[in-house]
Design a binder for this molecule. Structure first.
Ligand code: PEP
Ligand code: MG
Length: 561
């Protein structure tokens, strides 16, 4: 028995035999073209157009965000710059195959050099190149194998086109060697509820037919598990299915303490799904997602319509809207125009908004107008707040616009450490654990090589959360969590024990978190929080809490049965 580690996506667990993805086609040789440039160009045009149509068709079949991803891929395939690159190589004598291979490889290298979000798009390019090459060679595109029985798929990385159409009756789980938590594979796996672990560096030590348990919650692949381990995994999978089917009650601990379970959303169209999954409101609406591709600031009217649509989906419910969080991995052309060496430490979030105060004012105007037209309980908050002065600046401005509940995101250690001073002015705090972890651990959240440090279980991060929780309870102000940490059920309990009063997450995580919270009292959550705080590192905290929880379970069952 051995274990491999990676970044788990979602909380599922699955087991089965490994089947490895078919390897990519070999690179075409360098023999010059024998049919001439014009004929080679025509072949490329035909191949690219067929591949783009196929991608679009797959997107239509898959729907949802997979469709957006595949449409974007179809556009990349037909990108004129890329075509110019291919043509240039053909004009220099290359075959269509060689020209496509080299041009895509050049583009890939450029994306990888940029790194971050764009770097993680490199796998998308490889897939398009392979599809075009397969078409040129008249063979089937490499893809997901079909061994005729359910299996755990092991791949270097999965192309969006493959992830989107995975047959979930056959693919029990997914293990990828490459890819970080923000790769398309991860995003689509999360959305489709596929049990997945990405970035498993030793994944290729797995051979076809090996039996594995894929534990996404722990980020661990167990190879050749014992009968006992298989039984426990099967029990967990069954418990998870029953959590999914459980009634959509409001979030509460075993002793009845209410913990509102809210949704993280990026566009109003996703509100219906959140409501269906029992979200009690919205804990984070990422407004910048609406405008990532805009070159100009959106108008007040445009914004008002989007906000109105969002608020209308949650009558009488809390909806926390975050002001544009531009910069670093989410640059907005109209807010971040200067080059920065370290954009994560630059003019980001509230800093960028302050530098373009007219845009902030327009956003507040649009929100106030949408608020006046709807019945939701609108709260607004500023991202990346680092100082008390920024807190006063934002909350005063928001209230000037008639927005009655104004708070801040705690994502920078400075504002966590001064939480009592920050909360003296803000109506609430919402802790963004993704950035709080990045800044506490000095580990870029987009960089796979430091992913091990990007772990919100780290006691250093948890101590900062405790500062905010304590300040909130002393001052009687709500403290929410809206980073990915809230979607980890065991960590969610710890965060509540540290003082969080609400949890906001991707809607697909709501059922698991609702179920886990319902098994613990507030006293237990507090004692588990102490266990986590006392650990040396993230892995230690996770293990200590898992062990302490296992010790609590029999007592819980006795008292609740
Ligand atoms: C966070 O940083 O935890 C957060 C919720 O904001 P975002 O992920 O959008 O930066
Ligand atoms: Mg953030």
């Amino acid at each position: 028995m051995s274990e491999l580690r990676g970044v788990g996506i979602g909380l599922g667990v699955a087991q089965g035999p490994v089947v490895r993805m078919t390897e990519a086609m070999p690179a075409p040789d360098e023999t010059p073209s024998s049919i001439g440039a014009e004929a080679e160009r025509a072949r490329v045009r035909e191949a690219i157009s067929v591949v783009a149509q196929e991608l679009t068709a797959r997107g239509e079949t898959a729907g949802g965000s997979a469709q957006e991803v595949l449409e974007a891929q179809a556009m990349i395939a037909e990108d004129p710059t890329l075509q110019d690159e291919v043509d240039g190589r053909i004009d220099a004598g290359a075959t269509a195959e060689r020209a496509v291979h080299d041009a895509f490889a050049g583009f890939r290298a450029t994306l990888e050099a940029v790194g971050g979000y764009l770097g993680e798009r490199a796998a998308d390019l490889d897939d398009i190149a392979q599809r075009v090459l397969a078409r040129l060679r008249g063979v089937d595109a490499p893809g997901v194998p079909d061994p005729g029985h359910p299996f755990v798929l092991v791949a270097r990385d999965l192309a969006p086109a493959d992830t989107a159409l995975l047959d979930l009756d056959k693919v029990l789980a997914l293990i990828t060697v490459d890819g970080g938590p923000t790769s398309h594979t991860a995003i689509l796996a999360r959305e489709k509820g596929i049990v997945a672990i990405v970035g498993v560096a030793d994944g290729f030590t797995l051979a076809n037919g090996d039996t594995v348990i894929v534990d996404a919650a722990a980020g661990v692949v167990t190879v050749d598990p014992t009968a006992d381990e298989k039984d426990r995994a099967a029990q967990r999978a069954a418990a998870r299915m029953s959590a999914d089917a459980a009634p959509l009650t409001p979030g509460a601990l075993a002793d009845g303490t209410p913990i509102a379970l809210l949704a993280n959303l990026g566009k109003p169209a996703d509100a219906a799904d959140a409501v269906e999954r029992g979200a009690e409101g919205v804990g984070l609406f990422r407004t910048e997602f609406l405008f990532l591709s805009s070159s100009q600031a959106p108008t007040i009217a445009q914004q008002r319509e989007s906000y109105r649509e969002l608020l209308e989906a949650f009558p009488g419910k809390k909806v926390v809207v975050r002001m544009l969080d531009a910069g670093a991995d989410k640059p907005l052309a109209f807010l971040n125009d200067a080059h920065e060496e370290n954009p994560a430490l630059g003019l980001r979030g509230i800093r960028a908004l302050r530098a373009s105060e007219d845009i902030l004012r327009e956003q507040l105007t649009a929100l106030a107008e949408a608020d006046a037209q709807t019945d939701a309980d609108l709260w607004v908050m500023a991202p990346m707040v680092a100082t008390v002065e920024e807190t006063v600046y934002f909350t005063t401005l928001a209230r000037d616009y008639g927005l009655k509940t104004a708070g801040v995101m705690v994502e920078v250690p400075a504002s966590a450490l001064l939480a009592d001073r920050v909360l003296a002015h803000a109506d609430f705090a919402s802790i963004g654990t993704n950035d709080l972890t990045q800044y506490t651990m000095a580990a870029d959240r987009m960089l796979g090589s430091v992913a091990g440090l990007q772990d919100p279980w780290h006691p250093a991060v948890l101590r900062l959360v405790r500062e905010v929780g304590d300040a909130g309870s002393r001052l009687g102000k709500p403290v929410g969590i809206c980073g990915e940490a809230a979607a980890d059920p065991m960590l969610a309990v710890v965060l509540v024990g540290l003082g969080a009063t609400s949890l906001s997450m991707a809607p697909s995580a709501l059922a698991d978190v609702r179920h886990t919270l319902s098994e613990r009292t507030l006293d237990e959550a507090r004692s588990l929080a102490q266990v986590a705080l006392a650990a040396d590192d993230a892995a230690g905290a996770r293990k200590a809490v898992a062990d302490a929880t296992a010790a609590l379970s029999p007592h819980q069952k006795e008292t609740t049965s």
